[in-house]
Design a protein around this ligand. Structure first.
Ligand SMILES: *Cc1c(COP(=O)(O)O)cnc(C)c1O
Length: 418
């Protein structure tokens, strides 16, 4: 059967051998999964989740008990005072945009302390010109770079004592950069340092790809507001769309009034039949995140054994589900992505080729055969066509499917005729 699937004996043996050596790593992942599952189950029980919560509203969406229950579950699981979990957010980027427009007013200063933010925020902030940007409303922006994959603590403190900053943005996952992602320990440390010099600045965390990787989440270490996507970790591969903002009560109220309208805020927003999927999604999320992590660690080990540079290494502490493979040449990158695509459940017959994409300077190759369009908690792999030809791989709804995909991608990589 493996042969029929075009998995070579060599690739299969390599992967199984690597898997043998990962028992200790997998055990740590299982432990985090147990703790996060316990948190979710506890939140379901504390909120008496029942079948009635699967019903939903239409029109204005007044009195949607399922929506309220979902938001109570999210706030509890993420250790926040309040939550806004909505399918009216069309993506994580949209939720980040709504949050920024909720808190910043003309003349306010926003500061990123993790260098340049995620690509989709460039036009939101006005780093790239756009007539609807924060900049167009007179909101100022500045950034402080990371140094050796950590915060520039002294520079941040000096900045905060010399200027009045309204909001600090911290992006945990690396996006299309080569830096390391920010662990909860590092996040906690920088928040403590910030609070020594500024008690009021709003600390906002872009938590995309990081949920349930560790046992703590950003609100538990002092973040004021945290944003993420439901077609990533917390949707568990089941939520059909949406995003969340959690945090301090007054900040969630402001976000609700920006997403809908002043005066109605969180009280409106029809759920149109997706409450069950959102609840089932967060219920599955701890396990799906651990499948993704195991797939990432297996990939890291196998590709390192094959002589490629990888980041993170299989035994490194992880903050997110993203695995980088530094291929060093276009051919290997494209061939590997082709293997991931051909092992996908959907569109397995398509062959990804490097192409121009809106918003990117270089051509990009993208492999994704997903049930939900753009879902990257499902196994997906992509990379910009520029040296050093890095693949960004993430997701995996189950470990078995992830493992098969790695076997297939490695077969393609080793088969130079294809
Ligand atoms: C994916 C991602 C986003 C935005 O997510 P979309 O849902 O694709 O808009 C923002 N920041 C980071 C770091 C991400 O990885």
């Amino acid at each position: 059967m493996y042969k029929e699937f075009e998995i070579s004996d060599k690739a299969k043996d390599l992967v199984l051998k690597a898997e043998e050596s990962l028992k200790d790593e997998f055990k740590k992942i299982d432990e985090a999964c147990d703790i996060n599952s316990l948190k979710v189950l506890n939140a379901f029980h504390n909120n008496n989740i029942s079948e009635a919560h699967f019903n939903s509203t239409t029109g204005y969406g007044y009195d949607d008990i399922g929506r309220t229950a979902i938001e109570n579950v999210f706030k509890e699981v993420l250790g926040a005072e309040d939550a806004l979990v909505r399918s009216q957010f069309i993506s994580g980027s949209h939720a980040l945009c709504v949050a920024l427009f909720s808190y910043l007013r003309p003349g306010d200063l926003m500061l990123s302390i993790t260098g340049t933010p995620y690509d989709t925020l460039h036009e939101v902030i006005g780093i790239k010109e756009n007539k609807s940007s924060l900049k167009s409303f007179g909101i100022l922006y500045d950034q402080i770079e990371l140094v050796s994959d950590d915060f520039d603590y002294e520079k941040i403190k000096h900045y905060l004592t010399s200027k009045k900053v309204k909001l600090i943005e911290i992006q945990r996952s690396k996006g299309y950069s080569t830096r390391k992602s920010i662990t909860i320990d590092k996040l906690e440390k920088v928040i403590n340092e910030i609070r020594k010099v500024d008690k009021d600045v709003i600390i906002m965390v872009d938590n995309c790809y990081c949920e349930f990787v560790e046992e703590k989440s950003p609100c538990m270490v002092g973040a004021d507001v945290v944003v993420g996507s439901l077609i990533k970790n917390l949707g568990g591969g089941i939520a059909p769309n949406g995003a969340y903002i959690v945090g301090k009560k007054e900040l969630i109220t402001l976000a609700g009034e920006r997403l809908t309208l002043p005066g109605e805020g969180k009280e409106v927003g029809p759920t149109l039949g997706i409450n069950k999927q959102i609840l089932q999604g967060i219920f599955m999320a701890p396990s799906v995140v651990s499948s993704s992590l195991k797939t990432a660690i297996l990939t890291s080990k196998v590709l390192e054994d094959l002589g490629y540079k990888v980041e993170p290494k299989y035994n490194e502490k992880r903050a997110d589900i993203v695995q980088n493979i530094i291929f060093g040449n276009e051919d290997d990158l494209v061939r590997y992505c082709g293997g991931i695509q051909s092992a996908s459940p959907i569109d397995s017959f398509s062959k990804p080729v490097p192409w121009d994409m809106p918003g990117y300077d270089d051509k990009v190759v993208m492999a994704a055969g997903t049930f939900t369009q753009g879902s990257s908690i499902e196994l997906s792999c992509d990379g910009p066509i520029r040296p050093p030809f890095i693949a960004y791989q993430q997701g995996g709804l189950t470990y078995s499917y992830g493992k098969l995909a790695v076997m297939k991608a490695v077969s393609m990589l080793l088969d130079n005729d294809k």
